[in-house]
Design a protein. Structure first.
Length: 152
Protein backbone atom coordinates (compact mmCIF):
# COMPACT_ATOMS: atom_id res chain seq x y z
CA UNK A 1 0.00 0.00 0.00
CA UNK A 2 1.22 3.44 -0.88
CA UNK A 3 -0.01 6.37 1.20
CA UNK A 4 -0.92 8.97 -1.39
CA UNK A 5 -1.04 12.73 -1.05
CA UNK A 6 -4.84 12.51 -1.12
CA UNK A 7 -4.88 10.13 1.85
CA UNK A 8 -2.30 12.04 3.86
CA UNK A 9 -3.94 15.42 3.26
CA UNK A 10 -7.34 13.91 4.09
CA UNK A 11 -6.12 12.78 7.50
CA UNK A 12 -4.41 16.14 8.11
CA UNK A 13 -7.62 18.05 7.23
CA UNK A 14 -9.83 15.82 9.39
CA UNK A 15 -7.39 16.09 12.30
CA UNK A 16 -7.34 19.88 11.91
CA UNK A 17 -11.14 19.95 12.15
CA UNK A 18 -11.04 17.64 15.19
CA UNK A 19 -8.62 19.99 16.97
CA UNK A 20 -10.90 22.94 16.26
CA UNK A 21 -14.22 21.18 16.86
CA UNK A 22 -15.31 23.71 19.49
CA UNK A 23 -14.65 26.72 17.25
CA UNK A 24 -17.45 26.23 14.74
CA UNK A 25 -17.05 25.92 10.97
CA UNK A 26 -13.57 26.32 9.49
CA UNK A 27 -12.98 27.31 5.88
CA UNK A 28 -10.98 25.14 3.53
CA UNK A 29 -8.70 28.08 2.81
CA UNK A 30 -7.98 28.49 6.53
CA UNK A 31 -7.13 24.78 6.85
CA UNK A 32 -4.90 24.99 3.79
CA UNK A 33 -3.08 28.07 5.09
CA UNK A 34 -2.55 26.76 8.61
CA UNK A 35 -1.49 23.28 7.48
CA UNK A 36 0.55 24.62 4.54
CA UNK A 37 -1.38 22.53 2.01
CA UNK A 38 -2.53 23.46 -1.49
CA UNK A 39 -5.97 25.09 -1.18
CA UNK A 40 -7.35 23.34 -4.26
CA UNK A 41 -6.45 19.92 -2.85
CA UNK A 42 -8.00 20.78 0.49
CA UNK A 43 -11.27 21.93 -1.08
CA UNK A 44 -11.52 18.75 -3.18
CA UNK A 45 -10.75 16.53 -0.19
CA UNK A 46 -13.29 18.33 1.99
CA UNK A 47 -15.89 17.88 -0.74
CA UNK A 48 -15.15 14.15 -0.85
CA UNK A 49 -15.35 13.93 2.94
CA UNK A 50 -18.66 15.80 2.88
CA UNK A 51 -20.04 13.28 0.39
CA UNK A 52 -18.88 10.50 2.74
CA UNK A 53 -20.64 12.15 5.73
CA UNK A 54 -17.38 12.77 7.58
CA UNK A 55 -17.75 16.55 7.47
CA UNK A 56 -20.65 18.93 7.07
CA UNK A 57 -20.50 22.30 5.40
CA UNK A 58 -22.17 25.57 6.26
CA UNK A 59 -22.57 28.39 3.78
CA UNK A 60 -22.30 32.07 4.44
CA UNK A 61 -19.94 34.57 5.98
CA UNK A 62 -19.31 32.37 9.02
CA UNK A 63 -19.48 29.16 7.02
CA UNK A 64 -17.00 26.42 6.50
CA UNK A 65 -16.53 22.80 7.46
CA UNK A 66 -16.94 20.87 10.69
CA UNK A 67 -16.88 17.19 11.57
CA UNK A 68 -20.23 15.52 11.00
CA UNK A 69 -19.72 13.24 14.01
CA UNK A 70 -17.53 13.17 17.10
CA UNK A 71 -13.89 12.34 16.29
CA UNK A 72 -14.24 9.17 18.38
CA UNK A 73 -16.74 7.87 15.80
CA UNK A 74 -14.62 8.51 12.70
CA UNK A 75 -11.99 5.97 11.69
CA UNK A 76 -8.83 6.60 9.72
CA UNK A 77 -10.13 4.09 7.17
CA UNK A 78 -13.23 6.23 6.56
CA UNK A 79 -11.10 9.31 6.03
CA UNK A 80 -8.69 7.62 3.63
CA UNK A 81 -11.54 5.93 1.76
CA UNK A 82 -13.24 9.29 1.32
CA UNK A 83 -10.12 11.23 0.35
CA UNK A 84 -8.48 8.57 -1.78
CA UNK A 85 -11.66 6.65 -2.71
CA UNK A 86 -9.96 3.35 -1.73
CA UNK A 87 -7.66 2.23 1.09
CA UNK A 88 -5.90 -0.44 -0.94
CA UNK A 89 -5.86 -0.72 -4.69
CA UNK A 90 -6.10 -4.37 -5.66
CA UNK A 91 -4.03 -3.77 -8.78
CA UNK A 92 -4.94 -7.06 -10.44
CA UNK A 93 -8.58 -5.91 -10.41
CA UNK A 94 -8.15 -2.22 -11.19
CA UNK A 95 -5.27 -2.55 -13.69
CA UNK A 96 -5.11 -6.16 -14.90
CA UNK A 97 -1.85 -7.14 -16.59
CA UNK A 98 -3.63 -9.78 -18.62
CA UNK A 99 -7.41 -9.80 -19.06
CA UNK A 100 -7.55 -13.61 -18.93
CA UNK A 101 -5.04 -14.26 -16.16
CA UNK A 102 -6.41 -11.45 -13.96
CA UNK A 103 -10.11 -12.19 -14.42
CA UNK A 104 -12.00 -13.58 -11.43
CA UNK A 105 -12.93 -16.57 -13.59
CA UNK A 106 -9.25 -17.54 -13.81
CA UNK A 107 -7.44 -19.39 -11.02
CA UNK A 108 -4.84 -17.10 -9.40
CA UNK A 109 -2.83 -18.10 -6.34
CA UNK A 110 -1.53 -14.57 -5.78
CA UNK A 111 -4.89 -12.77 -5.58
CA UNK A 112 -5.78 -14.21 -2.12
CA UNK A 113 -2.56 -12.78 -0.69
CA UNK A 114 -3.45 -9.29 -1.95
CA UNK A 115 -7.00 -9.71 -0.67
CA UNK A 116 -5.72 -10.76 2.77
CA UNK A 117 -3.37 -7.76 2.82
CA UNK A 118 -6.25 -5.46 1.90
CA UNK A 119 -8.37 -6.90 4.71
CA UNK A 120 -5.55 -6.51 7.27
CA UNK A 121 -4.83 -2.93 6.22
CA UNK A 122 -8.52 -2.08 6.50
CA UNK A 123 -8.69 -3.73 9.94
CA UNK A 124 -5.77 -1.64 11.20
CA UNK A 125 -7.21 1.58 9.74
CA UNK A 126 -10.62 0.74 11.24
CA UNK A 127 -9.03 0.30 14.67
CA UNK A 128 -7.67 3.86 14.78
CA UNK A 129 -10.11 6.70 15.35
CA UNK A 130 -9.58 10.35 14.61
CA UNK A 131 -9.78 11.05 18.36
CA UNK A 132 -6.77 8.73 18.87
CA UNK A 133 -4.71 11.04 16.67
CA UNK A 134 -5.40 13.97 18.98
CA UNK A 135 -2.93 12.36 21.40
CA UNK A 136 0.84 12.86 21.34
CA UNK A 137 3.00 10.80 18.99
CA UNK A 138 4.29 8.75 21.95
CA UNK A 139 0.73 7.92 23.04
CA UNK A 140 -0.32 6.96 19.51
CA UNK A 141 2.81 4.80 19.10
CA UNK A 142 2.02 3.04 22.36
CA UNK A 143 -1.62 2.53 21.37
CA UNK A 144 -0.74 0.92 18.05
CA UNK A 145 2.06 -1.20 19.51
CA UNK A 146 5.10 0.64 18.18
CA UNK A 147 8.17 1.54 20.24
CA UNK A 148 8.11 5.01 21.73
CA UNK A 149 10.92 7.17 20.34
CA UNK A 150 12.93 9.30 22.69
CA UNK A 151 13.72 12.68 21.14
CA UNK A 152 16.78 14.34 22.42
Amino acid sequence: MRITTWAEYGVICALHLARRADEGPVTGRDIAAREKLPADYVEQILLRMRRADIVVSTRGAKGGYALARPSSEITVREIISAAELVTFDLHCESHPVDEVRCSTAHECSVRPVWMMLQRRIDEVLDSVHLSDLLESEAQVRQRVGLPVLIHG
